[in-house]
Ligand binder design. Structure first.
Ligand code: NAD
Length: 252
């Protein structure tokens, strides 16, 4: 056990979660990666600098008892958690009339309920200690009506609201709750889901006319995790989206 600040990152074996792990390690944090994908977890750990400051926890965020056990193990090994990042998530590209109820449920189960399970589990420990920061990875699709994002957008909109409610409830106990809402970011999730037509459509709609990088999202998450930089910021949703959610249709 050490005095190093410690963060648990769900979905930490890939994409945005892994980039956050890399950035946190570079700033001296200890990092626990929780992911359902054991193979990617091992590869992720092997690819990180400072593996002595990395723990891996194979678990689904939908498994309440599994998450509780993983959080307990993580704190035994690394010390008290001062940060939690909820990055585990799955995508679904289907318009409302083509979305089966079971698929809608599956997306909410992982993205929204999984985020709630990890947030609730870790927040209880943070409240006991009177400090901590939670950062949920939402999405611009949880803020505006993107076609084909019925279930996904609903799950992310739920995260946005949950982030705000928890911020208000936990503020008296020294715990902050914020979200990052990325626009499209080049990760395995996007390479599976984004067609060429979708890519053109995004590029035309984003003022900065490009996808974001996992590293750009990681820096926003680190800002919100770090009390020294964002100690007076809670209940906020930081869109990291090249101007997408702020833009109108007249751009010259
Ligand atoms: P990714 O697929 O690279 O990483 C997601 C990780 O979550 C994977 O390692 C996966 O195994 C894990 N995961 C999925 N279901 C899980 C479960 N039930 N339990 C534990 N782990 C689970 O995707 P990414 O692009 O890095 O996405 C990370 C987060 O960012 C997601 O919440 C996603 O919705 C959000 N996001 C991504 C983008 C984007 O364009 N890439 C945009 C906005 C928001």
């Amino acid at each position: 056990m050490t005095d190093t600040r410690c963060v648990l990152i769900t979905g930490g074996a890939s994409g945005i979660g892994l980039a956050i792990a890399r950035a946190a390690l570079a700033e001296g944090w200890s990092v626990a990666l929780l992911d359902r994908d054991e193979g990617n977890l091992k590869a992720a750990r092997d690819g990180l600098d400072a593996p002595d400051r990395v723990e891996t926890l194979a678990c689904s965020v939908t498994d309440e008892a599994g998450v509780a056990a993983a959080v307990a193990l993580c704190e035994d090994r690394l010390g008290p958690l001062s940060g939690l990042v909820n990055s585990a998530g799955i995508g679904l590209d289907a318009q409302a009339l083509d979305t089966e109820v079971d698929d809608f449920r599956r997306v909410l189960e992982v993205n929204l309920i999984g985020t709630f399970i990890a947030a609730r589990t870790v927040a209880a420990r943070m409240v006991d200690r009177g400090r901590g920061a939670i950062v949920n990875i939402a999405s611009v699709s949880g803020m505006v009506g993107n076609v084909g994002r019925t279930a996904y957008g609903a799950s992310k909109g739920g995260i946005v609201t949950m982030t705000k409610v928890m911020a208000v409830e936990l503020a008296p106990f020294g715990v902050r709750s914020n979200a990052v809402a990325p626009g499209p970011v080049e990760t395995p999730l996007v390479s599976d889901m984004h067609t060429e037509a979708m890519r053109r459509s995004w590029a035309e709609t984003i003022p900065q006319a490009r996808y974001g990088t996992p590293e750009e999202i990681a820096q926003a998450a680190l800002f919100l995790l770090d009390d020294a930089r964002s100690g007076y910021v809670t209940g906020q949703v930081l869109a990291v989206d090249g101007g997408f959610t702020t833009s109108g249709i007249l751009r010259g």
